[in-house]
Design a protein around this ligand. Structure first.
Ligand code: KG4
Ligand code: ZN
Length: 339
């Protein structure tokens, strides 16, 4: 059989409420298309059944657009990659079934990708890329992990949350403040006009490198209940200071363990990934940590922070180099052990 000259992969991401597709050629991303599902805003969170149905509506035009933007025909693809886990099962099923059908029709291999591994590898989409060992703080709506990468596909989790994820804490506190879903970006926006020391909330302190965010959430809930009993307009009058204080507490908690891990493992290259890595307070704090420890800090472009298919594509690129293909019988899973 003729050996193809270029390694061209189509990647599909559908783990939550973004339907995304990307084409990568020899490790270079040629397109990165995302259809965001705004329908969930009115419900205050992602409704899984609606997410699956919306993926079904979006997936064909999104894939089509990814191929058109890249200027690549279906026939020149060498593999189809898809997010296999973790995520909402119904959402994952849409992407994986589509990927399987397309791979079978084109008679090319499938590459199943772990979503959290892909968030870390978002740092390898564009230059400058971190060197190894690379320590990454992955903070999304569902996960909070300190990951040590020895090579693109060789990663270990050093610490993670034992309860809520950092993004979840942002979103749940935003809900208490009656801000629409997802509240993380709104807290960030208000925080920029507020005083981070206005309302001190306790910074959690667990043993080792694990995190806990449920205590912060409860502390804010009780604080708001108390203040609203005194003044029903407390939130409206103090929204910027509340958001700044909440953000300061979450960012301080995140950085405390991350700094400990960076020192413990003596890494020279650190970064953040996942939706919460778009947070301005976290980005500033990480830059300062880099200066303090005199190490290199990598902050992903905003389009690569939240869910996207370019990160799935770059992960698939590395997997294809190692010929790590996925069986057509593979099933997506809502939760998955780290691979
Ligand atoms: O990685 P992601 O897009 O999806 C998951 O895999 O979960 O992360 C979404 C999370 C949400 O919790 C959202 O509120 C949070 O990222 N987020 C932010 C910001 N932008 C997104 N949280 C704080 N500040 C932001 N600027
Ligand atoms: Zn994600």
């Amino acid at each position: 059989m003729e050996v193809p000259q270029h390694q061209i992969i189509l990647a599909i991401e559908s783990s939550c409420d973004e339907t995304a597709a990307s084409v990568i050629k020899d490790g270079q991303v040629l397109s990165n298309i995302i259809a965001t599902q705004t329908v969930h805003e009115q419900y205050g969170g992602v409704v899984p059944e609606i997410a699956s149905r919306t993926h079904l509506q979006h997936i064909v035009p999104v894939v089509d657009q990814a191929l058109k933007t890249a200027g690549i025909s279906k026939e020149s693809l060498q593999a189809i990659a898809f997010t296999q886990a973790p995520g909402l099962l119904g959402s994952l099923l849409v992407g994986s079934s589509f990927a399987k059908g397309m791979a079978q029709a084109l008679n090319i291999p499938l590459i199943g990708v772990h979503h959290m591994q892909a968030h870390v590898l978002a740092h390898f989409i564009e230059d400058p890329k971190p060197a190894f060992p690379f320590l990454c703080l992955t903070v999304s709506g569902g996960h909070t992990q300190i990951v040590l990468c020895h090579s693109p596909l060789d990663m270990e989790i050093l610490g993670e949350t034992i309860d809520d994820a950092a993004g979840e804490a942002f979103d749940k506190i935003a809900k208490m403040l009656e801000l629409p879903y997802p509240g993380g970006p709104l807290i960030d926006r208000y925080a920029q006009q507020g005083n981070p020391k206005a309302f001190p909330f306790p910074i959690p302190s667990l043993e080792g490198l694990n995190y806990s965010f449920s205590g912060i959430k409860t502390a804010v809930l009780y604080f708001l209940q108390k203040q609203k009993a005194i003044d029903p307009d407390f939130v409206q009058k103090n929204i910027a200071d509340i958001c700044a204080s909440v953000q300061y507490t979450i960012v301080t908690a995140l950085l405390k363990k991350f700094e400990k891990a960076a020192k413990q493992y003596k890494v020279r290259h650190i970064g953040v990934a996942g939706g919460v890595s778009a947070n301005s307070g976290l980005r500033t704090a990480l830059t300062e940590l880099g200066k303090k420890l005199r190490i290199e800090v990598y902050l992903p472009k905003f389009e690569y922070c939240t869910d996207n298919a370019a990160m799935i594509a770059v992960t698939a690129h590395y997997k294809m180099q190692r010929k790590e293909f996925t069986d057509l019988l593979a099933v997506p899973t809502a939760r998955a052990a780290w691979k």
